[in-house]
Design a protein around this ligand. Structure first.
Ligand code: ATP
Ligand code: MG
Length: 340
């Protein structure tokens, strides 16, 4: 493992004593806790994600240790920087993102259209960067909780490159790993149907399509549905409901929806690469950024220029209706790996 002298931008294995004593827990999930910590040396807030090695499958933390020195070299505006490890706390140390995750923001604030488009575009730039590496760096864990927001509500992708599909691993165990992390909504159908190809860039493109839907609707896909029902629904080519996209929308929403639909295409070979998507999202977000005088996205928003002004707290809580029943379950079940 590479270890350097501790200067900013260099990978290292931090000691618990390198941080000030007050660790603030910002999130806790089944496998990990995330703390806001302050590095004594740099006087800089960082996030420390401590992995529960007793709950993660045995080689997950070892894999993180092996990967993190390489992942720490990945630097880009729309990618959260990794600073290193803290082996003593079985965790990774990374850039602290003051506005937390997109997942939380979408549930707590109403976003205006230009901000939604900007976030979609920034996330596609982050993903395009990862996929333009040689070989492409697959995320395989892209979801709204892995899209973080900085002080000015700009997007950075995190937790990339830690999930792998390895030769010899069955798709069943890969699926079990993903579903245990609560990722069921983001898994493309070819992973749980009979297709034998290992996941490639089109896996992330599919997940990005679901993320786009969540940004456009500010709702959760397949809310209230069991894992089995989601698998059946998706394997039949069904996707989150387009009617949930608010009626009051700019004209540019239709082409954005069309990109989203291409991203979650049932046939993974038809999904676009991020290099193509990013050009389209750039053009669409530019149009909304500089709207004409009567642009619907700007009604009532004149003179608001700061990034935070694109939010309206608190969001009106919407009850999520159940997804309609899925017909011909028996047929679809034949196609799904015996996972559950
Ligand atoms: P996974 O382990 O599959 O990535 P997850 O993203 O739901 O699952 P964590 O990665 O532990 O779980 O993150 C949980 C929450 O911690 C995020 O939703 C976010 O609110 C917060 N968080 C994570 N990383 C940071 C960070 N670098 N800065 C600030 N908050 C963070
Ligand atoms: Mg995460």
């Amino acid at each position: 493992m590479d270890c350097f002298d501790g200067s900013p931008g260099q990978f290292r294995d931090f000691r618990k004593g390198d941080f000030e004593a007050n660790w603030i827990k910002v999130a806790e999930s089944r496998f990990s806790q995330v703390y806001e910590v302050k590095l004594k040396l740099w006087r800089e807030k960082c996030a420390l994600k401590s992995v529960d090695t007793t709950l993660c499958e045995h080689n997950y933390y070892r894999r993180i240790i092996e990967e993190v020195s390489n992942l720490a070299k990945v630097k880009f505006k729309y990618i959260a920087s990794l600073y290193g490890l803290c082996s003593e706390a079985t965790g990774v140390v990374m850039e602290y993102m003051s506005h937390g995750s997109l997942n939380n923001l979408l549930a707590s604030h109403t976003l205006m259209w230009p901000k939604k488009f900007q976030m979609i575009h920034e996330a596609s730039m982050g993903m395009n960067f990862l996929h333009s590496m040689k070989p492409p760096l697959l995320h395989l864990n892209l979801k709204t909780s892995n899209i973080l927001l900085d002080d000015h509500l700009h997007v950075k992708i995190t937790d990339f490159g830690l999930i792998h599909w390895e030769e010899g691993t069955s798709k069943k165990s890969f699926m079990e790993h993903l579903t245990a992390r609560g990722n069921i909504n983001y898994i493309p159908p070819e992973i749980f149907t009979q297709c034998r190809d290992p996941p490639g860039t089109t896996f992330d493109v599919y997940s990005f399509g679901i993320v786009m839907w969540e940004i456009l609707t500010q709702q959760k896909p397949y809310a209230g549905c069991s894992v089995t029902k989601v698998l059946l629904h998706v394997s039949q080519g069904k996707r989150p409901c387009l009617e949930r996209i608010p009626d009051e929308k700019p004209l540019e929403c239709d082409p954005m929806v069309s990109i989203m639909q291409q991203c979650w295409d049932q046939d993974h070979r038809k999904r676009p690469q991020f290099s193509e998507t990013v050009m389209k999202t750039e053009a669409l977000s530019e149009v909304l950024k500089a709207p004409g005088p009567n642009h619907p996205s700007m009604k009532g928003n004149r003179g608001q220029t700061s990034d935070l002004s694109w939010l309206v707290p608190p969001v009106h809580k919407i009850a999520f209706p159940q997804m309609p029943d899925v017909p011909s379950e028996a047929h679809a079940k034949d196609n799904i790996l015996s996972l559950l």
